[in-house]
Design a protein around this ligand. Structure first.
Ligand code: SAH
Ligand code: SF4
Ligand code: F3S
Length: 469
């Protein structure tokens, strides 16, 4: 566990975590020798995945053992996302399925994460799913041990949700999903308030971890054999480590850590993509030359309504500047179709940017109204049918570009981090290129977890086939 700093603010944070370790011990005594199991269901982005790894860490510290079999679980945790509407339907369906398990086995049902910061959602859970035991929010994740202990002791429902700007907690146990690639959250929250987005409301204000805490975590990961690190935040390039220490400083320092072979980061915001960050990516040999540069929309009018703080031309100019400074750089992006007021001409501007940049990968979303955001209050909402048609047109363009782009890989030699056996074919191995493309190939198990050279021999839309070079 991290030692207390002299700084007063840190005492509070660390004392809270120390207290939670006490609760973990208490729960472990209560459930001793009972062979209790847990399962977890995670929705949403990589930040939520990383939070879930901390939830798993706490549960395992308490003595619960992970199972994929929900019906044998003594506690089921849902870590929720609310960025788009379909997540809500999915969650309510899943909680509905828990009723029988609760009745038959008395399983504890705990729901946490972003959706729990929305009052209309917690109200619905209280009213329609009274058998849910624990609700916790994004600012109280670390208190899950205390919540479980209180529930076990006092048998009463726990509602542990607060609405604050947020704090940074260090020292929680973590149980990671992967043993070669690891995500490291470098900052929490978001200050941007893009007009479609709920994240700033449910995750609080931007706050950065201290550089030494991040670097210590990554050094430890390197020592235990991790090769690839993804630095996470809603807006990583506004990372502020204090005393002028910026995101580019962090890239240089992570690049120096022995044992780490690849560094990725998501998501940067185009408006904060300063020259020092471009320079750091160019100079740091371990930083992958694949940049996720969320576009959201191609029309400057829509971008203004979205509160993105850049125009189409500024986005294109930034992409060009990055291309000039970083040889062989490739881009991936996020795009929303059907934002309120988006006209046919506006949508064409999005297609135009896609044609010009030729993204390596595009995460495409249909605009989803989020309660409490300015976008939801706009009058000129786009009919569902038009949104879907535009989505299909964008998808067709993106897929044709990916197929074309894949051709460029054929015959090239690619450095691939071998992740393991292919899920679809036991006899093949799978890995990823620097640009994050999946490559499947025949090889011996001893290649697993190594970075090797492969020659690409064919393309299959979502993956490439390779052979040892
Ligand atoms: N902070 C990151 C990612 C935020 S959420 C960024 O700014 O890039 C991931 C993606 O979900 C966003 O980039 C956006 O494309 C999409 N998204 C967010 N809110 C949405 C909404 N209301 N409807 C549809 N897509 C949305
Ligand atoms: Fe949402 Fe915009 Fe913040 Fe990303 S930068 S989390 S899209 S408000
Ligand atoms: Fe979803 Fe929360 Fe991430 S709303 S996208 S899980 S920050």
């Amino acid at each position: 566990m991290r030692k207390c700093d002299k700084n007063k603010g840190d005492f509070k944070v660390n004392n809270e975590i120390e207290q939670q370790y006490e609760y973990m011990k208490k729960v472990s005594e209560v459930i001793k020798n009972k062979n209790f199991k847990y399962s977890i269901y995670t929705m949403g982005c990589q930040l939520n995945e990383n939070d879930s790894e901390k939830i798993c860490g706490m549960l395992e510290q308490m003595g619960y053992v992970k199972t994929e079999d929900v019906s044998s679980s003594d506690i089921v945790v849902f870590n929720t996302c609310c960025v788009r509407e379909n997540a809500e339907d999915k969650l309510f369906g899943k909680i509905g399925e828990m009723k029988r398990l609760k009745e038959e086995k008395g399983t504890i049902i705990a729901i946490g994460g972003c959706m729990m910061q929305e009052k209309h959602i917690t109200k619905k859970i209280h009213e329609s799913y009274p058998y849910v035991d624990i609700l916790f929010g994004t600012h109280t994740l670390h208190k899950l041990p205390e919540d479980i202990y209180m529930l076990l002791q006092e048998k009463k429902k726990i509602d542990d949700i607060i609405d604050i700007d947020g704090e940074v907690f260090e020292g929680l146990p973590i149980s990671r999903n992967d043993n070669i690639k690891a995500s490291v959250t470098i900052m929490y929250g978001c200050n941007n308030f893009c007009s479609y987005c709920i994240v700033p409301y449910v995750r609080g204000r931007e706050r950065s971890r201290k550089p030494e805490d991040i670097l210590n975590e990554i050094s430890k990961l390197a020592k235990s054999g991790y090769k690839e690190i993804t630095l996470l935040g809603q807006n990583v390039n506004s990372y502020n480590g204090g005393e002028g220490y910026t995101f580019s400083n962090l890239l240089y320092d992570v690049n120096k850590i022995e044992g780490i072979e690849r560094i990725r980061f998501v998501s940067p915001h185009p408006k904060d993509f300063t020259d020092d960050v471009i320079c750091a990516i160019a100079k740091c040999d371990k930083v992958c030359k694949t940049i996720h540069l969320p576009l959201q929309a191609g029309s400057s009018i829509v971008l203004k309504a979205m509160n993105r703080k850049y125009t189409k031309d500024q986005y294109l100019a930034l992409a060009n500047k990055i291309k000039e400074s970083i040889p062989n750089v490739v881009f991936s992006t996020d795009i929303i179709v059907g934002f309120p007021g988006e006209t046919e001409e506006d949508f064409e501007e999005t297609l135009d940017v896609v044609r010009k940049i030729k993204f390596e990968q595009v995460y495409m979303f249909i605009y989803s109204r989020r309660v409490g955001t300015p976008g939801d209050r706009m009058e000129n909402q786009i009919p569902e049918e038009i949104k879907h048609k535009r989505f299909d047109r964008l998808k067709a363009l993106v897929e044709s570009q990916i197929a074309e782009n894949n051709q460029k890989y054929i015959g090239t030699i690619q450095k691939v981090l071998v992740e393991g056996k292919s899920k679809n074919n036991e006899n093949m191995l799978t890995g990823r290129t620097d640009s994050n493309k999946v490559v499947v190939f025949e090889g011996q198990d001893e290649l697993i977890h190594r970075v090797i050279s492969l020659k690409v021999i064919s393309e299959h839309m979502w993956y490439l086939k390779g052979k040892l070079a």
